[in-house]
Design a protein around this ligand. Structure first.
Ligand code: CP3
Length: 335
């Protein structure tokens, strides 16, 4: 049986409006804060499988989202390569050393193993009608955190491209590990793709992402693949063409009018479109005024409801409950 998310992104069934939110487990939820206050920091939460599984399920229990996303972080890859990692809550990484890329795959996968165990535990608890999403950060976004350098023009052009290729290998392995453990959908977060000018966007964003998703889709054709090349403007059209047919769904970041997108992106499924600021306060009229036109624009398309980026930590939980209820009411009225 396929979930609403799978039917939307794999089968391109329109009007199902599955719902999940980036960062749906997090500080805006009192249940999350209770576990956080009883833990020794973010890595203790993310790498203790029973805690990570419980946190992953919190937004499902509270709001009945259609998909859970495993509670982890994109920076688990640098951590598993041996780079120091701490959160305060912004991530603080240890010194970058190219030798990190000599890490053998077995050592790397052993360090990622708590994530896979959390996925197995979550899948046991999660209703079969709901998707479980795994993820990685895309190579550029990871490299930017690992080196602390956000200007590709100041990087050694040969070494940096070589490092990006190493990250492609580890991203593929980490996604495969999450899929083998029970994820039916994966998302590649390129949160800082917007840093890349025309001179760099192909080598640092399009090509590495296309390599990752083509390997994953070839090995696992039934796994839905979502890409999130954040804030790249109208380059989203070139990105989608570059990754075709391996990316099933492209996540939007609010920088391009949705009208332009569905005329230009062909048959790919779209995700996102709501500004996270519009749900911080519990203001029903404001939420409806932003939400309903978006849902109307996406009618008769394969579309996944989400925000343009992660939910804000100050968001009122009543807004999230209202958002989910409204979308479900909307989609039920279409059926
Ligand atoms: O979406 C989910 O609910 C799953 C969990 C998830 C987290 N991070 C948990 C987290 C996911 C999918 C991520 C992805 C991630 N991590 C991205 C890509 C998405 C994006 O936001 O652009 C990035 C860039 C990171 C790196 C990262 N991790 C940052 C910048 C921060 C600090 C941000 C903040 O909110 O202060 C983190 C920490 C982090 N990752 C938290 C959570 C819930 C906050 C931890 C806490 O203090 O409780």
């Amino acid at each position: 049986m396929r979930t609403l998310l799978q039917r939307t992104i794999l089968d391109k069934e329109p009007n199902l409006y599955p719902i999940w939110l980036m960062r749906q487990a997090g500080r805006y939820m009192p249940e999350y804060m209770a576990i956080k206050n009883a833990s020794k920091g973010f890595l203790d939460m993310a790498l203790t499988p029973s805690k990570a599984a419980e946190i992953t399920l919190q937004p499902i229990k509270a709001f009945d989202m259609d998909a859970a996303i495993i509670f982890s972080d994109i920076l688990i890859i640098p951590y598993a390569l041996g780079q120091g990692l701490d959160y305060n809550p912004a991530p603080v990484l240890g010194r970058f050393d190219p030798k990190l890329f000599d890490t053998d795959m077995e050592t790397f996968l052993n360090k990622c193993e708590p994530v896979y165990e959390a996925i197995r535990q979550t899948r046991k608890e999660l209703d079969a009608s709901k998707s479980l999403i795994g993820f990685v950060g895309a190579p550029w976004t990871l490299y930017r955190y690992m080196t602390g350098n956000n200007k590709p023009g100041t990087m050694d052009p040969f070494a940096s491209r070589d490092h990006i290729q190493h990250l492609v290998r580890y991203c593929v392995k980490h996604l495969a590990g999450q899929i083998e453990a029970g994820c039916d959908t994966v998302q590649v977060f390129d949160s800082w793709a917007g840093d890349l000018s025309e001179d760099f966007i192909i080598d640092y964003c399009f090509d590495p992402t296309a390599q990752i998703v083509s390997e994953i889709k070839t090995r696992y054709p039934d796994v839905g693949v979502i890409a999130f090349p954040r804030l790249i403007g109208r380059e989203i059209k070139n990105f989608t063409a570059w990754c075709d047919p391996y990316v099933d769904c492209v996540s939007l970041s609010g920088d391009v009018p949705t009208k332009y997108l569905y005329k230009h992106l062909g048959s790919v499924c779209l995700q996102g479109g709501l500004d996270p600021d519009s749900i911080i306060k519990f203001d029903k009229v404001k939420i409806l005024n932003e939400l309903v036109p978006l849902l109307d624009r996406m009618k008769d398309m394969a579309y996944v409801f989400n925000l343009n980026h992660g939910i804000d930590r100050h968001t009122d939980t009543n807004s999230v409950r209202f958002l989910v209820e409204t979308i479900k009411r909307y989609r039920n009225n279409l059926g």
